[in-house]
Write a protein that binds this ligand. Structure first.
Ligand SMILES: Cc1cc2nc3c(=O)[nH]c(=O)nc-3n(C[C@H](O)[C@H](O)[C@H](O)COP(=O)(O)OP(=O)(O)OC[C@H]3O[C@@H](n4cnc5c(N)ncnc54)[C@H](O)[C@@H]3O)c2cc1C
Length: 286
């Protein structure tokens, strides 16, 4: 097994593209190293991207925010302005694992691991985040909802990796929230996760929304029907019921020891509604 820690995007791309066998990007290692130790993976090449400045910075860009793919959850939490503008994204990243894990775990790794239950992914999708990917043909942008195709299956091409995520500009009175259900208080995999992002007009009517659900399908879902159910409302009782029904209607979960199909479907509706209420409250005060 070879290890490389390039300092430029170009050299990382060249290494990944030229690899003979399985080549893996290393960010925090909280998934990759565990899987190597458990003999699930045996890569020929590991490319550590943390020395590449573009993957490690958080900056304002075109009225939005660009977050490096190798920035950790702990670093996001210590960014007061980002936390104020995108509280849902930051809280999702800080639900990952424990304090120790959050010091290593990154957004790029959470998405790159390819789990439909990854906590930060519904929040990124609800935010309308776009992943900037570098590869042999240069850079390209992919909406986050189009990166994960199924368990361990990404739309990235050979030699490509995620450099950063761009969160769009925030209209006034906008905010987001992420909630998950786990059988215990922390250190567990989401049975259901829900990210909601809303914008309000001056009288509190929702003018734009995005709703995303995790762990209820083979990939993290963007649920436009759930967003449509609340746009044009103040999130009154009737809109909440419509939202719950639309969220449940999108679910096609597996049945396993963590939750039955019926339980996951029921909880998806409840969490979508609760996350929407939190996002609306935050937007009123934004
Ligand atoms: C104790 C423990 C608790 C955990 N709890 C949670 C939890 O509550 N919620 C949750 O969602 N996850 C959890 N995880 C899983 C893990 O911590 C997260 O998925 C984390 O975000 C992975 O980030 P990383 O930087 O460590 O990724 P790495 O392990 O470095 O990489 C993960 C995968 O993504 C690929 N990858 C990394 N960066 C990129 C990139 N920029 N472009 C393309 N591919 C890339 C790697 O090649 C690898 O296949 C837990 C893990 C542990 C060990």
């Amino acid at each position: 097994m070879r290890y490389a820690a390039p300092e430029t995007l170009q050299s990382a791309v060249s290494l990944l593209a030229a690899a003979n066998g399985d080549a893996r990007v290393l960010a925090g290692g909280t998934d990759l190293l565990v899987q190597i130790r458990a003999d699930v993976l045996d890569p020929e090449l590991i490319v550590d991207i943390k020395k590449i400045p573009d993957t490690r910075s958080v900056s304002e860009e075109r009225g939005g925010w660009r977050i490096g793919a190798a920035v950790t959850g702990a670093e996001l939490k210590e960014h007061p302005r980002l936390k104020k503008v995108w509280p849902g994204v930051v809280e999702a990243a800080n639900l990952i694992g424990s304090t120790q894990i959050q010091g290593r775990a990154t957004l790029g790794g959470n998405l790159g691991n390819g789990s439909p239950a990854a906590d930060s992914v519904p929040a990124l999708i609800a935010a309308g985040a776009v992943a900037t990917v570098a590869g042999p043909d240069g850079k390209r942008d992919i909406p986050v909802e189009d990166v994960l195709l199924g368990p361990r299956k990404l739309s990235l091409r050979r030699g490509e990796f995620m450099v950063s995520f761009l969160l769009p500009p925030r209209p006034p009175r906008s905010s987001d929230a992420y909630l998950r259900f786990i059988p215990r208080t922390e250190m567990d995999i989401a049975v259901v996760g829900a990210g909601v992002n809303v914008s309000l007009d001056g009288s509190g009517v929702i003018t734009a929304a995005r709703v995303s659900l995790g762990a209820v399908a083979e990939k993290v879902l963007l649920v436009p029907e759930a967003a449509q159910a609340i746009i044009g409302s103040t999130l009154d009782q009737a809109a909440q019921q419509r939202l719950e029904a639309a969220a449940r209607g999108a679910c096609r979960p597996i049945d396993d020891k963590r939750g039955t199909v019926q339980f996951r479907t029921e909880v998806a509706g409840v969490l979508a509604r609760r996350a929407a209420l939190i996002a609306r409250e935050r937007a009123r005060n934004a």
